[in-house]
Design a protein around this ligand. Structure first.
Ligand SMILES: Cc1cc2nc3c(=O)[nH]c(=O)nc-3n(C[C@H](O)[C@H](O)[C@H](O)COP(=O)(O)OP(=O)(O)OC[C@H]3O[C@@H](n4cnc5c(N)ncnc54)[C@H](O)[C@@H]3O)c2cc1C
Length: 382
């Protein structure tokens, strides 16, 4: 039985902004036995298209989904798990936590120091620029969400300042292919969790600076700066109504460029050893991220220059309904490849690098689900 608090595809229906498209290409949007079969395999789905895709999959799979059923508590007992919901109570020997990795936008605690004249928004509240007050916008965070919103809000004519911390730079295409084609073909995205040296770090990596548009354009910091977005360092404090930014931009940029180049080296090496060099364009490298000559270190938020702050500082899961002691002090579920620690019969899916680097993406569900179900079936038999 699948319990869902809203409709199938709830997060894509309710928790995304209007213009969002998947950053994964259509050919990669696939679930077990079900793949995109439209005329644009290299395009990127809009939100209504994603919702329709998931609804069709749910129908084809005849998944026993109970919609509008919010799980309010899961407790362990002698025989398994006692499940309370808004539509009745259930009992199950096994439970798979598939409630998502991005249930809540993360807002840093320093937000408490903001002057009350500044309007704040998270990616869950933001729909389009028409709902923002006129005036300047400070976007905090430069991963996929931050760069996409900086671009959209900048195009509305507002002055945009983008505060950049650690980020993952990726070109949209490399050697004539989508960068996610390279990630998949070279095996990088299939890398297993137990083969990754620093798994804790891999699980905390921010999403890559990517956008899915019909033009298949790259949206990195150079692109945004050329469009007039002001780039500043990481937001380190809010003091006396002033936002203070760290000065380490040049290092942040150098690190992100270095990591991107290393990844491109991996792709080139794979193409060479697998005889794929002739199928793609010749190797090349991208212009390093241009550091501003002198980046601004503070911004007086009381002066009215900035009317809105957008917290593009990531998302986190919500386990408030899980009454089993399996969540650590940072709010992460303790598990080994989706098999939850110290809770026989409790599993998880859809979390970052759960079993593979691709685990948190739509197409990553299939392999992980197979592994999890195999373990779960063994548990039920055993
Ligand atoms: C802004 C954004 C953009 C993204 N873009 C992409 C992309 O381009 N490509 C890609 O592959 N992935 C993308 N992702 C990742 C994406 O979230 C996952 O690929 C996919 O949605 C994960 O599916 P899921 O079912 O694990 O989680 P979710 O889609 O979050 O689904 C979890 C479901 O659980 C339900 N639920 C939660 N709590 C309860 C409860 N207590 N009781 C009952 N039901 C509950 C929710 O309503 C929801 O429907 C993006 C994520 C975000 C936040």
């Amino acid at each position: 039985m699948v319990l869902e608090r809203g409709e199938v595809g709830h997060s894509w229906r309710r928790e995304r902004w209007d213009s969002l498209r998947l950053l994964t290409p259509n050919w990669q949007t696939r679930l077990p036995g079900f793949a995109y079969d439209g005329p644009e395999p290299d395009g990127y789905m809009t939100m209504p298209e994603v919702v329709a895709f998931l609804a069709r999959f749910s129908e084809a799979a005849a998944a026993p989904v109970r919609t509008h059923t919010t799980v309010t508590s899961v407790r362990r007992d002698d025989r398994g798990y006692d499940i309370r919901t808004t539509a009745g109570d259930f009992h199950a020997r096994t439970v798979v936590v598939a409630s998502g990795a991005c249930n809540r936008p993360t807002v840093p605690t320093l937000a408490a120091g903001l002057p009350c004249t500044v309007h704040t928004v998270t990616p869950f509240d933001y729909r389009n620029t028409s709902t923002l007050p006129d005036g300047g916008v400070l976007i905090v965070g430069a991963s996929a969400t931050g760069v996409q919103l900086a671009d959209e809000i900048g195009r509305s004519g507002r002055r945009v300042t983008l505060s950049v911390g650690e980020h993952v730079r990726l070109p949209r295409t490399y050697r004539g292919r989508d960068v996610l084609w390279w990630m998949e073909a070279s095996g990088v995205w299939n890398q297993r969790y137990d083969e990754i040296d620093d798994l804790v770090r891999a699980r905390r990596l921010p999403s890559p600076q990517l956008v899915g548009t019909p033009e298949r354009g790259t949206l990195d910091l150079n692109t945004l700066a050329a469009r007039g977005v002001e780039i500043v360092g990481r937001l380190s404090a809010i003091r006396d109504g002033r936002a203070l930014f760290s000065g380490g931009l040049r290092n942040q940029f150098a690190l992100a460029d270095l990591k991107m180049d290393r990844l491109l080296d991996t792709f080139d090496e794979w193409a060479g050893t697998h005889g794929r060099g002739a199928d793609v364009d010749p190797p090349h490298r991208f212009e390093p991220t241009r550091a501003p000559v002198a980046s601004r270190l503070e911004l007086d938020l009381r002066r009215g220059e900035i009317r809105t702050i957008v917290w593009a500082t990531g998302f986190h899961p919500d386990y408030s309904w899980l009454d089993v002691p399996v969540v650590d002090h940072k709010g992460h579920l303790r598990h080994d490849g989706g098999v939850v620690d110290d809770a026989p019969g409790l599993y998880a899916i859809g979390l970052p690098v759960l079993r593979r680097r691709k685990s948190t993406f739509i197409h990553g569900a299939e392999d992980d689900a197979r592994d999890i179900v195999e373990h779960l079936a063994g548990f039920l038999e055993g």
